[in-house]
Ligand binder design. Sequence first.
Ligand SMILES: Nc1ncnc2c1ncn2[C@@H]1O[C@H](COP(=O)(O)OP(=O)(O)O)[C@@H](O)[C@H]1O
Ligand SMILES: [Mg+2]
Length: 139
Amino acid sequence: MNSVIKNLSELESFAKKLLKELRPGDVVALSGELGAGKTTLIQALARSLGLSRSALSPTFVILKSYPVDYHGIKRLCHIDLYRLNDFKAPHGFEECLGEPDTVCFIEWAEKIKDKLPSKTIWLQIKARSDNSRLITKTP
Ligand SMILES: Nc1ncnc2c1ncn2[C@@H]1O[C@H](COP(=O)(O)OP(=O)(O)O)[C@@H](O)[C@H]1O
Ligand SMILES: [Mg+2]
C-alpha cells in the first residue's frame, strides 16, 4: 500500500489511521534514508498513544520503552539502530519483541532484518523533491 504524505499535518492523520490497524505484539520496521521522516512518524504515533511531545526525542540510547494504554497496547518500544554497527540486536531487544502487550517501532530495521518476526510490518519512507513523503507499507 502506498500513501503520499504532503506535510506534517497529513502525517498526523496517517499516524492515527495506522494506529487503528495496530495490535498488541506488532512490530513495525521503518526503513528510509536519514531525514526521510522515520522518527517524525513514530513521534506522531506516540502522540496518538497519549505520550507527551518530549517523549521520543532523538538521543544516543538505542532502545527506549514507554508505558501507554491503548486498546490492549500497554507499552511502546522505540528502537533506533542508526548507530548500531555490529548488526547484533541491542540489549533488551528480545524482551520488547517478545512481549504480547507491546508495540515495537524500529528505525533502520533493515540492519537486523533476519532477527525480526516474519509478520513484521514494513514501512519504507521516501522524501520526494517537493518535500512530500511516499510511504510504502508491506504487507
Ligand atoms: N511527511 C513529512 N512532511 C514534511 N516534512 C517531514 C515529514 N516527515 C518528516 N519531515 C521532516 O523531515 C525531517 C527529518 O525527519 P526525521 O524524522 O528526523 O528523519 P529520520 O528519522 O528518518 O532520519 C524533520 O525535520 C521532519 O520535520
Ligand atoms: Mg531517526
